[in-house]
Design a binder for this molecule. Structure first.
Ligand code: ZN
Length: 356
């Protein structure tokens, strides 16, 4: 797991890329930041932009319009009255759901879970399954058509938000850079854009109303998306890459035993956090990367401080360059650029603490 920025700027994306929309985007971002700095956060203040030219090119205005239209259609159908009341509230809160930062979105979700909301999938709940299916299908269709579909105008801009993230934020192992049509040569005969998966941190099968919420979406490798599947990350108490902080100690790698020849990696998580179990990270790292880890340890022992000084002077290397060349030791702000970067940094820290 590595940290991913969840700023207001990250949460706005537009299907167009020109100066008129850039100005509007800037205004929307400023408004969003204003809302989030005030004591009473009213995300509906964003509605002032709805009538602006090109507002529909911005994800939150387009998605808001589409979702509200579908909810209104649902309200006209024959569904449970209590469910109707919840859908009306959902429609009123749609700006918050679409554009809020991760913490606000999670608090909103907590309120829904605590109140046993009909908007959340639960087995044997009182709501008729046909009512839930109708509502679930509406969100599933909107997500497929307007975001995940290769022909969607919002797909490429969505991935552009994560241009600085080269590796999967969940496993920090696989590269996730998209390839767009104009970059694929005719030689390969491909005519589709190729992109990583879009992963819903809180699964859309259980929480359909978060299907298009940017704070719930991250690019991920196909492996993590598949392995995470529909696990309920809320009840399992997983943390999102958006929630991770600098030097976040809730999630770190250590050697199980530093003195043995074959070193096992231990993934230390706070007791209550279940990311490792849900993503099978402990097994993945130990089974696949043990050779890498042992090589890293050997390399570190081969270059004690005296050799390090010689190499740095001979090749005129900065500390940073030395670490990259000989230890693959990365700064936290570069975790998103290199595979296994978080593990490498944590393990080097562990080696140093033991004075090895
Ligand atoms: Zn992954």
């Amino acid at each position: 797991m590595i940290r991913v920025d969840n700023s207001a700027e990250k949460r706005i994306f537009a299907s167009l890329n020109n100066s008129s929309i850039n100005n509007l985007k800037k205004e929307v971002i400023e408004k969003l930041e204003d809302i989030e700095s005030s004591s009473v956060r009213d995300y509906n203040d964003l509605s002032v932009f709805e009538s602006y030219t090109n507002a529909d090119s911005i994800s939150i205005f387009k998605f808001k319009k589409l979702i509200c239209k579908e909810i209104t259609n649902l309200l006209r159908s024959k569904i449970d009255d209590n469910f109707k009341a919840e859908l009306r509230t959902l429609r009123d809160d749609i700006y918050l759901i679409l554009s809020a930062d991760f913490g606000t979105m999670k608090n909103y979700l907590k309120d829904k879970v605590d109140s046993n909301s009909l908007l959340i999938y639960q087995e044997n709940k009182k709501l008729r399954s046909s009512d839930y299916k109708k509502y679930h299908k509406k969100f599933e269709t909107l997500y497929s058509k307007y975001l995940s579909n290769v022909k969607s105008d919002f797909k490429k801009p969505f991935f552009e938000l994560f241009n600085d993230v080269n590796v999967c934020p969940y496993c920090n192992r696989n590269f996730i850079n998209p390839i767009h049509k104009d970059e694929i040569t005719k030689l390969h005969g491909a005519n589709d854009n190729q992109s990583p998966d879009i992963e819903h941190f809180f699964p859309k099968s259980i929480y359909p109303f978060l299907s298009l919420s940017i704070s719930n979406l991250l690019p991920s490798c196909a492996f993590c998306n598949k392995i995470k599947s529909d696990v309920d990350t809320y009840t399992q108490n997983c943390i999102s890459p958006y929630e991770m902080k600098e030097n976040d100690d809730r999630f770190r790698f250590e050697f199980d035993s530093i003195d043995t020849d074959t070193r096992k990696i231990n993934l230390k998580c706070s007791d209550t956090i279940k990311n490792s179990e849900v993503l099978h990270l402990d097994n993945l790292y130990n089974e696949i990367h043990s050779d890498y880890v042992n090589e890293m340890f050997t390399k570190h022992q081969k270059y004690p401080d005296v050799n390090k000084k010689f190499l740095k002077n001979t090749f005129d290397l900065s500390e940073d360059e030395y670490q990259k060349h000989f230890c693959n030791y990365y700064k936290e702000e570069e975790f998103n650029k290199h595979p296994l970067s978080k593990m490498t940094k944590d393990l080097y820290k562990h080696i140093k603490e033991y004075g090895k």
